[in-house]
Design a protein around this ligand. Sequence first.
Ligand code: NDP
Ligand code: 7N6
Length: 307
Amino acid sequence: MELERVVVHDSVEIIFDPGVLVEALSDLPLPVESPDDPDLGAGDAVVAFGPHPSFLDASWVHCIRAGYDEFPIDRYADAGVVLTNSTGIHGTAIGESVLGYMLTFARGLHTFRDRQRAREWEREPYETLFTLDDERVCVVGLGTLGSGVAERASALGMDVVGVRQSGAAHEHARRVHTPDALGEAVSGARFVVLTLPLTEETEGLVSRATFDAMDDESYLINVARGAIVDTDALVTALDDGVIAGAALDVFEREPLPETSPLWEDDDVIVTPHTSGVSRRYHEDVATLVRTNVRRIRAGEDLTNRVV
Ligand code: NDP
Ligand code: 7N6
């Protein structure tokens, strides 16, 4: 591949201003630009949040997300376009966000914040508040995100179990299951955390059967993709008290529609797909792009290559 230019696509705006990435990549030995309507060609690399048909004319597309489920990877393969993703950069932000959700539920912080709005000084019933130590968390997906969660949860003294495609052992999980044993894995866990990709196999994976296998005092935390969860089944499970609550950063439709019952539920925390973001996101993306520009010029294999 003969690279002549790196184009920062304006789709990155959903996370950061394209200009900060152009600046962060200014040390590259080739032009880095963010034109309004780029005329892409074989010498171009594109850095983007989401796909665009014009990218099929470029040589290499770098997705600034770990999840590339929106990209038409078969068309890229047919057109000979290389796709790389940004797995590897979200472990700290997601790990801290998920600890935040768990601590919020355990210590009742969401409830007290709601009462503060009404200047209400009211305690929770004695049996309500708990601590995280010795509580079990089941982490479904033990890659970058799941490892960030598992490492921090075990540091707090939580009992960490996991699920991953391979079923391979993990240094911060007491036991690891394969996906076919999801029901067994979630049983007895106070928190079930979703940190796996959206694929044909994982779409709708978390269903009524999963909620039935969970404890009625347990919480679902989804920081992966909305479509991994059957949303209707989740709403019913919350309404029926099958589970105690949920923290949701991702949704089948984003932004979450105003009509969704999830907005109204006191036991649901909604965050706008920000659990993986910090103000150094563009620097982490720049490091990945810089590494792969160097590799291309050295004729080496690319890191994080999808297609
Ligand atoms: P990784 O590739 O590092 O890890 C993926 C993990 O999921 C691996 O442990 C893999 O198993 C496991 N896995 C794959 N398929 C299944 C399955 N069917 N059942 C159970 N486990 C499975 O990805 P990341 O951790 O970087 O990202 C994961 C996903 O999280 C992304 O695809 C994206 O959708 C989402 N994401 C969301 C963010 C947010 O802002 N909310 C931020 C970043 C990512 P094995 O280890 O055996 O291969
Ligand atoms: C950042 C989201 C990913 O897959 O969806 C995330 O990496 C990124 C707003």
